[in-house]
Design a protein around this ligand. Structure first.
Ligand code: NAD
Length: 488
């Protein structure tokens, strides 16, 4: 199956922070793939803007090297690469000063979509918005794209929203959560709202509980300083896991349109119950001195021997509405875990009565939606164990790995960033967080974090390459449930 590629309108995309890690690793290699696929039109222009002094030729060379290093591993078509690099130019600019702004204005064309990607520290968002406006670089149709983290608590997120709202309408602001750009995340909505099969069962009457796991094998790496001021709650739960929870739990929107979808997500966040302290487990990875793979431990990595920041979190929460009040949601995320795996599992209830007797065994249907790796959907179905051993039951998976089901072309691996940038140019905000959503998510998160600070809570150590602290397993076992195994 070959996916259709519809070119977007010609655009000028300015990437503030165009020499940074994110621009070199994700944004520009992603744009190159869209260029090769014919989605980025040849008339589009990309302007890197950052503090370093360099000319267009040096910038093109830098990005050529980045594409070779961070591309999808396939051989790069050199003719296409040269043509793509021709679309790039560079302006040295200071977000807090006056240099470079007139030069940037000289690069912008009329009658094309203007988008400004703020791939810089959030402390610069307000400065950029103000200067874009002061130098007359934007019009009513211009868009800005802002990166995470969007605030570190409700007060700072509100401030950021106000700083941007002073110069841009909400319809012009694209807050990126790259989890929403993943193919399977969108498929979640297609599965829920495109099939009759699931929706009637999608409630407390039939669903025992829901688990969302985002496990990473990597540690904090070179981001120790940033991470130690943030932690898993701010870095992962408040945004990515919360967004996944919303898509699973929301009511069907009337239309697949940005505000209809985001209104429903907002209702979910506002209905989240405060989390009880004994329903949260925080962890910090430790290392085995005999296993070089597990070094360094968290505190060494962040160079803070007394750090109380969590690199793992597991929690139980409820959504106080008719659909979900009796169904717990368990969320878990961590670094240095046993496998890299992002999975949502909807665990259905037992059948009300087993006609086969207890000795046949009791089994549950589980719908697992796997975001990475090996994106796909699996439904475990109970059948008879084959053979003459009487009526015993086993679970078998109805497995739809997208790569198998759709073939190599259909499963074309479009990275979340490329998809989201194309959505910005198309003017589609469905997969971007709205300001009120972000604030509501912080309003739920803040008291949890404040509680830890007030109680002097210390995260529990867990072994590198494990499933997290034992207490996380206990959190489930107390409810007679178990986490799904974290498998690659
Ligand atoms: P980075 O430190 O690698 O790059 C920062 C960029 O900002 C550089 O190009 C630098 O020249 C530019 N810059 C700094 N001060 C400036 C100023 N005063 N005026 C103009 N330009 C200035 O950072 P990064 O890793 O690319 O991250 C950029 C943003 O994206 C951050 O907000 C980060 O939190 C977010 N983010 C990054 C990643 C990632 O994987 N790197 C992932 C998610 C979110």
């Amino acid at each position: 199956m070959v996916s259709r590629v519809i070119p977007v309108d010609p655009f000028d995309l300015v990437i503030f922070g165009g020499t940074g890690d994110l621009a070199r690793r994700k944004i520009l290699p992603g744009l190159f793939r869209r260029y090769c696929a014919g989605q980025m039109p040849p008339e589009a222009r990309v302007i890197g803007a950052a503090r370093a002094e360099m000319d267009d030729a040096a910038y093109r060379e830098m990005i050529g090297e980045a594409i070779a290093e961070f591309g999808d591993g396939k051989a790069v078509d050199q003719d296409k690469l040269s043509a793509f690099l021709e679309t790039l130019s560079y302006v040295a600019i200071d977000a807090r000063g006056e240099t470079g702004w007139r030069a940037l204005a000289g690069h912008m064309r009329r009658k094309v979509v203007r988008a400004f990607y703020f791939s810089v520290a959030p402390g610069l968002f307000g400065d950029l918005a103000e200067r874009l406006n002061a130098h007359g670089l934007t019009d009513d149709d211009s868009r800005i794209v802002v990166e995470k983290p969007f605030g570190r608590d409700l007060a700072s997120a509100r401030q950021l929203n106000q700083d941007l709202a002073a110069f841009f309408d909400e319809r012009q602001i694209y807050r990126i959560d790259h989890y929403l750009g993943k193919e399977t995340v969108q498929n979640l909505m297609a599965v829920r709202f495109g099939n009759m099969l699931f929706e009637p069962l999608w409630n407390s009457q039939f669903v025992d509980h829901i688990q969302i796991t985002v496990a990473e094998t990597v540690g904090v790496g070179g981001r120790g300083d940033y991470y130690d001021k943030s932690g898993a709650m701010r870095d992962m739960v408040q945004n990515h896991l919360m967004q996944l929870l919303c898509l699973i739990a929301m009511e069907p929107p009337a239309r697949f349109d940005p505000d209809a979808v985001r209104d429903e997500k907002l209702k979910v966040i506002r209905a989240l119950e405060p989390v009880q302290p004994h329903h949260i487990v925080r962890g910090q990875y430790s290392a085995d001195p005999d296993d070089p793979e597990s070094l360094p431990d968290y505190r060494t990595a962040v160079e803070n021997p007394k750090s109380r920041t969590e690199s793992f979190i597991a929690l139980k929460t409820h959504i106080a509405n008719w659909r979900w009040a009796a169904t717990p949601f368990y969320l878990r995320t961590g670094k240095r875990m046993v496998a890299r795996s992002s999975e949502i599992s909807i665990v259905f209830k037992d059948t009300p009565h087993s006609i086969f007797g207890e000795e046949a065994g009791r089994h549950r249907n589980v719908l697992s939606i796997r975001l990475q790796p090996n994106e796909g959907i699996k439904l475990s179905v109970t059948i008879k164990e084959p053979g003459p051993g009487g009526m015993r039951l086993i679970d078998v998976p109805l497995d739809m790995t997208f790569a198998d089901a759709l073939g190599p072309d259909g499963a074309e691996n479009v990275d979340a960033y490329e998809r989201l940038i194309m959505d910005v140019i198309r003017g589609n905000q469905t997969l971007f967080m709205r300001g009120d959503e972000v604030e509501a998510a912080w309003a739920w998160t803040d008291p949890i974090i404040e509680g830890w600070t007030n109680r002097g809570d210390v995260p529990k150590p867990y072994d590198s390459h494990s499933a997290g602290p034992d207490a996380a397993a206990q959190l489930m076992r107390r409810d007679n449930r178990d986490w799904r195994e974290v498998t690659p």
